[in-house]
Design a protein around this ligand. Structure first.
Ligand code: NAD
Length: 288
């Protein structure tokens, strides 16, 4: 397929490279020359504007920083410029309301569109092992699935437009809460005289077990390899966790959902990110 790809940063670079590996003709656009150079080296064809990249495309994929940018790019450069039978897929993490607004603008112009945010970081993006949570009609999902499958290990239909973003922020709110809880438990265990490895051996097979403990332990040298073993470099940045918690709290307010722990997690990540936004989100253990 001819696939336009807009936004080839940390995540988009690896995703576009996997589309090339799957045999697609990838038409890349990014505002950054560095990102475009990397995309070219990975086998993409590069274009000086988004409008040129989407010309003649059968599918459009975007991986952009936020909802404002997604709305601008789709309303000014994609809708009305890509062929109307192209399937549109936004994989960025953005707010539910903007995702629905852009999908509606696309539908009004005759396009099928899905929101398809991902779980998994930069390594999963380049390894082709992302999980996609997809919002859109049954038809749009069927058309998007084969393209998304070339970039991930799981593609799940979450519901109508915006449902992918809703699933993503509920998941990441839970992740943020669980990470802080895991950090608190290890810190308290240590203060009570328990060896961290011993506490891990017990809790990882007991009812306190969770992903933040057994796949991403915030204590160096305990559990499988994680950013904690690399001085909290790489992984999922604290600033990105804060972004997702802010989106989650906005959505909770709009939906009238009561999320006291989500709100507290947002406040703790807000304080921690002031000086440590670039560290992996498990580094919040340093603040306890
Ligand atoms: P990034 O900043 O590395 O990449 C974003 C890219 O978009 C940059 O190359 C930038 O130049 C480009 N861009 C910005 N405005 C543009 C425009 N108007 N037109 C074309 N290109 C434009 O960010 P990232 O880490 O790749 O994240 C992208 C999205 O994926 C975000 O929404 C983020 O929340 C989400 N996400 C990131 C991770 C992660 O671990 N990094 C994990 C899951 C989801």
């Amino acid at each position: 397929m001819r696939i336009a790809f807009i936004g080839l940063g940390n995540m988009g670079a690896g995703m576009a490279a996997n589309l090339v590996k799957a045999g697609h003709n990838v038409r890349a656009f990014d505002l950054s020359e560095v990102a475009l150079g990397q995309a070219k080296a990975n086998g993409c064809e590069t274009f000086p504007t988004a409008r040129e990249a989407v010309q003649g495309a059968e599918a459009v994929v975007s991986m952009l920083p936020n909802g404002g940018i997604v709305k601008r790019v789709f309303t000014s450069d994609v809708i009305g410029h890509a062929p109307v039978d192209a399937i549109l897929m936004d994989c960025s993490t953005i707010d539910v309301a903007t995702a629905r607004e852009v999908a509606e603008a696309a539908a009004n112009a005759g396009y099928d569109m899905v929101d398809a945010p991902v779980s998994g970081g930069i390594a999963a993006a380049s390894g082709g092992t992302l999980t996609f949570m997809v919002g859109g009609s049954d038809d749009a999902f069927k058309r998007a699935e084969p393209v998304l499958s070339a970039m991930g290990k799981a593609v799940i239909h979450a519901g109508h437009a915006g449902a992918g973003q809703a699933a993503k922020i509920c998941n990441n709110m839970l992740l943020g809460i669980q990470m802080i809880g895991t950090c608190e438990a290890f810190t308290m265990a240590q203060k009570l005289g328990l060896d961290p490895q011993t506490f891990y051996d017990i809790s990882s097979v007991s009812s306190g077990q969770c992903w933040s403990m057994t796949s991403y332990c915030p204590v160096p040298g305990v559990g499988p390899q994680s950013p904690a073993d690399n001085d909290y470099q790489g992984g999922f940045a604290t600033a990105l966790m804060l972004k997702d918690l802010k989106l989650a709290m906005e959505a909770a307010e709009t939906a009238g959902a009561d999320t006291p722990l989500g709100n507290h997690a947002k406040q703790l990540y807000e304080a921690f990110s002031q000086n440590h936004g670039g560290l992996d989100f498990s580094a919040i253990i340093k603040s306890l």
